[in-house]
Design a protein around this ligand. Sequence first.
Ligand SMILES: Nc1ncnc2c1ncn2[C@@H]1O[C@H](COP(=O)(O)OP(=O)(O)O)[C@@H](O)[C@H]1O
Ligand SMILES: O=C(O)C1=C[C@@H](OP(=O)(O)O)[C@@H](O)[C@H](O)C1
Ligand SMILES: [Mg+2]
Length: 202
Amino acid sequence: MSQGDGQTGGQDSPSSGLGPEAPLARSVVLIGLMGAGKSVVGRRLANVLGVPFVDADAAIEEAAGCTIAEIFARFGEPAFREGETRVISRLLEGPPCVLATGGGAYMNEDTRQNIAAHGTAIWLKADLDLLVRRTAGRSHRPLLNQGDPRQILGDLMARRYPVYAGADVVVQVSDESPDATCRRVLNALIGHLGHRLPLAIP
Ligand SMILES: Nc1ncnc2c1ncn2[C@@H]1O[C@H](COP(=O)(O)OP(=O)(O)O)[C@@H](O)[C@H]1O
Ligand SMILES: O=C(O)C1=C[C@@H](OP(=O)(O)O)[C@@H](O)[C@H](O)C1
Ligand SMILES: [Mg+2]
C-alpha cells in the first residue's frame, strides 16, 4: 500500500522523478467510512482528471428509483448490498472514471476482487472525531439513524479498517478543504501509478 502523505510534490516537480505522461488506464475507486469525503473529493478529482465522476450510491438510487434510506426501509440492508455489488461491478466494466463507493461496499469480497482487477483503490482514512463531525445533522445514512452515531462509527471502524487496509493507496484525511484533500489524493495516485497524468484542470 502506498502512503499518500501529500509530500510527493506537484506532478511537474523536477524532483518527482516521474516518467512521461500517460492517460488514466483504470478507474480510481474511493473507499472509506461515511463522512470521509469520498463523494465530495471524488467529484473534484474527476474534474481535475477530466474523467466522469460516478457516485455508486447515486447510481443505486437511480437504478432502484428510490433513496438509499427507502431501500433499507423497504427491502432491508442485504437487498441494498446485492444492488450495490451489481452496480459497482457494472461501473467498473466501463471506461476509467472516478468512482465514489458507499462505505460498506469494500467489505464485499466480490467487490474487492472487481476493484483489484479493474481499478485503483484509494482509502480516505479518517479518525472518529472527524467522521462524527462530518456526518452530524445529516439523516440520509440509515446506518447512523439506528443509535448513537459515535458508537456506530466506532464499531464500523473496528470492523472495516482492517479490510480497508487492503487498498492500493491510503490518504489520511484531516480538517482541511476538499480541494486540499483532492490535491493530496491526486499526488498519492500519481505516486502510486508512477507516471504523470493529463489534467483537465492543472
Ligand atoms: N476536506 C474535505 N473533504 C471532504 N469532505 C469534506 C471536507 N471538509 C468538509 N467536508 C464535508 O464532509 C461531508 C461528508 O463528505 P461526503 O463526501 O459526503 O462523505 P462520504 O461520501 O465519504 O460519506 C460533506 O458535507 C463535505 O462537505
Ligand atoms: O457505510 C455504509 O455502510 C453506507 C455508506 C453510505 O455511503 P457513504 O459512505 O458515501 O456515506 C451508503 O452507501 C449507505 O448509507 C451505507
Ligand atoms: Mg458518499
